[in-house]
Design a protein around this ligand. Structure first.
Ligand code: TRP
Length: 357
């Protein structure tokens, strides 16, 4: 008997995954996978990535394997988690079309996630229809696998809410069919949305302020040393600000007191913060501590990633097998959906009896 809870989540393959992804969701996925209580499905969402990259398909193509390598590097295990490519799972697009009738234009335009992304991309009325409607295709992703749990970043909550509305509408009109999902958020607020190394509100590839999971150890060190701290903390003896100081934000996200104790004369992070606030603790020193901690976390990830980098045909096989498995599940859901909608004509005895002779 399989009573594991189904998890569905995914990422757009627009670039390498970074430590913001790791702390905000990948770490949790691995934990859920290893708990034995969940059955995770993970989508490399190339169809969704194309909604705002239609002119640059090579960017998406080149990142399919890269994202999969990042997954395998952090410890997602193909024997426990199924990783698949969205476009291969073609029933998702058909589900999307049916769900489109259950959502209004006004509702999509009100979606805070879509709204802020549209603003950031300066789309206005020239938004690609596919982009505006990506929350509908995401509802297809989630429902196709009967997912109960969707671990996402906080910025995706309105998109999951949209899925819940679609599930409600579908089940009300056509009868109980789709599983109602629930978003699962990382509990630690600092981890939900990691700031960039420049102190910018979000770590993001397009802002060029990331530390990538595959960065080598020199690159990590150099990025940490360039991090934004407290611009008024000029001399070591000056009192320093901890709030809004990126190095401390990262320490909050990544460091345990045990690590701080092992790497410094402080027994807790709090103690280290107090010293910085009083004055007398320099930026170079706090950066060195952070660098050590990040190196400890990222070096095993990079090593595991390397093993797969050297065996890319195995990665292809993992993706192919995962995609096939996900296709089978999605076809089953699609068949159900078509039946409930009354459009599964050739399998529908009552249709045949009623309308043929
Ligand atoms: N929209 C998600 C993001 O940008 C990626 C995604 C696609 C996703 N399909 C999904 C997340 C289904 C959760 C569930 O991060």
């Amino acid at each position: 008997m399989n009573n594991k809870k189904i998890i569905l989540t995914g990422d757009r393959p627009t670039g390498n995954l970074h430590i913001g992804h790791f702390i905000g969701s990948l770490r949790k996925r691995v934990e859920l996978q290893n708990s034995g209580n969940y059955e995770p499905y993970i989508l490399i969402a190339d169809v969704q990535a194309l909604t705002d990259n239609s002119d640059n398909p090579e960017k998406i193509r080149s990142n399919i394997i890269e994202v999969c390598l990042d997954y395998l590097g952090v410890g997602l295990d193909p024997n426990k988690s199924t990783i698949g490519i969205q476009s291969y799972i073609y029933p998702l697009t058909e589900l999307t079309v049916y769900y489109m009738n259950l959502v209004t234009l006004a509702r999509l335009q009100r979606n805070p996630t879509v709204k802020s992304e549209m603003k950031q991309k300066k789309y206005g009325a020239n938004v690609p229809v596919g982009f505006l409607t990506y929350p509908i295709s995401q509802a297809a992703d989630i429902t196709a696998f009967n997912a109960e749990v969707v671990p996402v970043g906080e910025d995706q909550l309105p998109v999951i809410e949209q899925t819940c509305e679609i599930v409600n509408a579908f089940n009300r009109i056509y009868g109980e069919t789709l599983t109602m999902p629930k978003a699962m958020l990382e509990q630690n607020k600092v981890c939900q949305r990691l700031v960039g190394i420049d102190g910018n509100a979000k770590m993001s590839k397009s802002l060029g302020n990331t530390i990538n999971l595959k960065d080598d150890s020199d690159t990590i060190k150099q990025k940490v040393m360039s991090m934004y701290t407290d611009p008024n903390h000029i001399h070591i003896e000056d009192p320093g600000q901890v709030e809004g100081n990126t190095v401390f934000t990262y320490l909050d996200a990544f460091a345990t007191d045990e690590q701080i104790k092992a790497l410094s004369e402080y027994s807790t992070l709090q103690e280290m913060k107090e010293h910085y606030k009083r004055g007398g603790l320099g930026d170079v020193k706090i950066k060195k501590i952070l660098n050590e901690i990040l190196q400890q976390i990222l070096s095993p990830i990079r090593e595991r990633r390397k093993i797969y980098e050297n065996d890319r045909s195995q990665v292809m096989k993992i993706l192919k097998d995962g995609s096939e498995k996900m296709l089978t599940v999605a076809l089953q859901t699609l068949d159900n959906v078509r039946t409930k909608m009354g459009i599964n004509y050739f399998k529908d005895k009552s249709f045949i009896d009623k309308y043929t002779n």
